[in-house]
Design a protein around this ligand. Structure first.
Ligand code: SF4
Ligand code: SF4
Length: 233
């Protein structure tokens, strides 16, 4: 018996501490969300490692986003393995994590299934060199993100409305990168969960405290308006 999880790592730690009978956790993990403050893939994975719980991965290709990358990212992958699909890098990244026992990958065609089976059948984990290429791809993808927040969190403590600014920006950026052909995303679900414990983006009273401290000089107040427009309906 286990559960699928869309929330932060601290709560997951609490749940697994209070419910040691749980036998697995299903997490959204992919190389783009790995260190994201909004999704917290790595932090949640580390909690599962700490509690010794096997992990089932959902969204390894981020709903097709990591199969439909820009030309420069595709070239990076193809220059290294010309016969391996772009999606294979994303799936091998998660399947290489020791605590991962199952990878759930949505497939729409027989070709996709044959491609997935081709490298999962006799699975070889990513080498250090391949892992470095994956993170390089992630950095290229992230260099085009909408809000250039570094998630330093300096702005968070002084906010009178307790708004988790970097987490919201991370979700907003992920939403903008999402493969549009898919027609849906679950970032709104993560957003709704966060608003149960923290202030909403629209709660901002525009006091400006956060902008005074932001080392990136981001227009946080304007960006929160974008976040609210995206996720609050
Ligand atoms: S401007 Fe908004 S987000 Fe920034 S500190 Fe004030 S209430 Fe918080
Ligand atoms: S201070 Fe600026 S860069 Fe740092 S988390 Fe806040 S918004 Fe992002």
């Amino acid at each position: 018996m286990g559960f699928s999880y869309h929330d932060n790592a601290d709560l997951l730690d609490r749940i697994l501490t209070e419910h040691p009978e749980m036998e697995f956790v299903q997490l959204q993990i992919n190389y783009l969300d790995w260190e994201s403050e909004g999704i917290q893939s790595k932090k949640c994975y580390d909690v599962c490692v700490k509690h010794g719980k096997p992990v089932i991965v959902m969204e390894p290709v981020k709903g097709g986003t990591l199969a439909n990358v820009t030309e420069d990212v595709e070239k990076l992958f193809k220059d290294y393995h010309k016969d391996m699909s772009v999606a294979s890098w994303a799936i091998r990244f998660v399947a290489s994590l020791p605590q991962v026992k199952i990878v759930l990958s949505g497939m729409g065609t027989m070709d996709m299934m044959q491609d997935n089976v081709s490298y999962m059948k006799d699975f070889k984990p990513l080498t250090d060199e391949e892992r470095a290429i994956v993170f390089k791809a992630r950095d290229i993808i992230n260099s085009n993100i909408a809000i250039q927040c570094t998630a330093c969190a300096y702005c968070v403590d002084g906010c009178p409305k307790n708004i988790p600014i970097p987490r919201y920006f991370s979700l907003y950026n992920s939403e903008q990168l999402e493969y549009k052909g898919k027609g849906w995303s679950n970032h709104g679900e993560y957003y709704d969960r966060l608003t149960q414990a923290f202030g909403k983006a629209s709660d901002c009273i525009k006091c400006g405290k956060c902008e005074k401290i932001c080392p990136q000089h981001l227009p946080i107040r304007d960006n929160l308006v974008l976040v609210a427009k995206q996720f609050e309906h």
